[in-house]
Design a protein. Structure first.
Length: 275
């Protein structure tokens, strides 16, 4: 197989969110996908199987398979186009655990991703006192999305300075805790971060999936449908988002870090289907 490492949601190498993309020439087992994800040791490793007119796509963290990942989808599209596996003028349909996702290139070279919009609800059963102690700022609103907890702060500083204890985050949310606030600057509309120790990720550098939740939320609060979003991790990343009906459009850049060929010894590869 070909394996690419791509930095997503950035124009600079070593910024944004790195993802590995494996272009499979033949099916491999779920166990082998998980082992490769552990070996790559990135927040996500994507596995792509090219079919006639569409691609199958799955995502694995070092700990588990996940149902949706934005930055590794962007990386997968970029790798398919840059590696000559797919025509650049042709939309890619990825069939995934979250349904069909569509990626294309706009006239400025931005990668466009068309995802389902995801809507958070008011959370219950959390420890607000413990969370406010962990973040050091009062929490304006606490929301829930399956396996995720979303904390909305009045202060942008609360998001930028956050350094919560992993044990608190792991106890409060099955997957991770999303934090967000409106930006008071001119360059971005809202800022966010994502902490997910239960997925083997202390902090995800840039999270496309999270913005399918935050875009509808901030659209409801502000009356806007188009946003410039900034994820304030150590590596940082940015994207443009748009709420379009029941879909969220994410736009971002990507850069190639390296590519390599990888072959699994046949005695280590019990075959099963990609999906």
């Amino acid at each position: 197989m070909k394996i690419y490492q791509v930095d997503s949601f950035t124009k600079e190498v070593f910024k944004g969110n790195p993802a590995a993309v494996a272009i499979l020439s033949e099916p491999i087992s779920d166990e082998m996908m998980q082992k490769i994800a552990v070996e790559m040791n990135l927040s996500e490793t994507a596995f792509v199987k090219i079919n006639e007119g569409y691609c199958d796509l799955r995502w694995f963290t070092p700990a588990t398979e996940v149902p949706l990942c934005g930055h590794a989808t962007l990386a997968s599209a970029f790798a398919l186009w840059q590696g000559g596996h797919w025509p650049k003028d042709k939309t890619i349909e990825f069939k995934t655990l979250s349904g069909s996702l569509f990626t294309s290139l706009d006239s400025n070279g931005l990668i466009i991703m068309d995802f389902p919009a995801n809507y958070a609800t008011t959370a219950e059963g959390f420890d607000k006192i413990e969370l406010e102690s962990a973040f050091g700022f009062p929490i304006k609103e606490v929301l829930n999305y399956p396996a995720e907890l979303i904390l909305i702060f009045e202060s942008e500083e609360a998001v930028l300075s956050a350094n919560p204890d992993d044990a608190v985050i792991a106890k409060q949310a099955q997957n991770g805790v999303i934090v967000s606030a409106l930006s008071k600057g001119e360059n971005y509309d809202f800022v966010s971060r994502y902490f997910a120790p239960n997925l083997g990720i202390k902090e995800d550098p840039v999270t496309g999936f999270m913005h399918t939740i935050l875009t509808p939320y901030w659209a409801d609060k502000t009356g806007k449908t188009n946003f410039k979003a900034f994820q304030a991790s150590a590596r940082t990343g940015e994207m443009q988002t748009e709420l379009k009906g029941n879909r969220v459009i994410l736009k971002g850049n990507a850069v190639m870090v390296f590519e390599t060929d990888f072959e699994i010894p046949s005695n280590l590869n019990p075959i099963n289907k990609i999906v």
